[in-house]
Design a protein around this ligand. Structure first.
Ligand code: 13P
Length: 255
């Protein structure tokens, strides 16, 4: 295991929060606080906030991401946004297959795979989310499920394309609940994801893939989580809406 082989990435996922004006204000507040980060800093924002976010982040070390992308290049898909549209708007990253999308919007392992292919083919870095529910964990399916979700999401991706893939292990029971996975559980879950990648692409490739943990990561628990060998940063919900909290997490990943 060698953590030096991969980038630590702290990404905020703002979910359905913030107007464009609030986006500008929050990024302006964050910029000086994360300026000396020794990890990648990304903010994934609602579509309507992208223009404001890209503008506010100009000249800083903050990169902007979206929270979803459609898998078709263009056409009659009312309400959807293509990967090329995101690229043209200055977006570099996109969250795909978040559990909220799987739970509320009919996202499946197949559509996650199609979106991932579309994103990577357009030059975006995909932050692909996987994670088990509490029921699945209690039934003993965590490893099987994480490996299945990971392999399904990466179907038809080449070794070369994995350079533009980040996987976020987000146990569904830890999202927005205040219940964080222990550092050991996070490391174990991320380890299953890395094993799944190794089973398909080989161990050397798997060692280079950034695997984040997400689920109630906050300024208090970030240090312990990101210190784990398999945890290469985090995908942060609630705490990414507060500049100071987010900055503390960025600092933890910069050590
Ligand atoms: P919270 O940090 O609010 O638990 O959300 C995690 C998450 O879902 C990030 O994508």
């Amino acid at each position: 295991m060698n953590k030096d082989l991969r980038n630590a990435v702290i990404a905020g996922n703002w979910k359905m929060n913030k107007t464009p004006a609030e986006t500008t204000a929050l990024i302006n507040e964050m910029k000086p606080l994360v300026a000396d980060a020794d990890c990648k800093v990304v903010l994934c924002v609602p579509f309507v906030d992208i223009a404001a976010a890209v503008e506010a982040a100009k000249g800083s070390n903050i990169e902007i991401g979206a929270e979803n992308v459609h898998f078709k290049a263009s056409g009659a898909y009312t309400g959807e946004i293509s990967a090329d549209m995101l690229v043209a708007s200055g977006v570099k990253y996109v969250v795909i297959g978040h559990s909220e999308r799987r739970q509320y919007f009919g996202e499946t392992d197949q559509t996650v795979n199609l979106r991932t292919l579309a994103a990577v083919n357009a030059g975006l870095t995909a932050i692909v989310c996987v994670g088990e529910t509490l029921e699945q964990r209690e039934l003993g399916y965590t490893e099987t499920l994480l490996k299945y979700q990971t392999k399904m999401a990466l179907t038809n991706l080449t070794k070369e394309q994995l350079k533009n893939i980040i996987i976020a292990y987000e146990p569904v029971w830890a999202i927005g609940t205040g219940v964080t996975a222990t550092a050991e559980q996070a490391d174990e879950g991320n380890g299953y994801v890395r094993e799944a990648i190794a089973e398909v692409y080989g161990k050397d490739v798997a060692e280079t893939v950034t695997i984040q943990y997400g689920g109630s990561m906050n300024p208090k628990n970030a240090d312990e989580l990101v210190a784990k060998v398999n945890v290469d940063g985090g995908l942060i919900g609630g705490a990414s809406l507060k500049a100071e909290d987010f900055a503390v997490i960025v600092k933890a990943a910069s050590k």
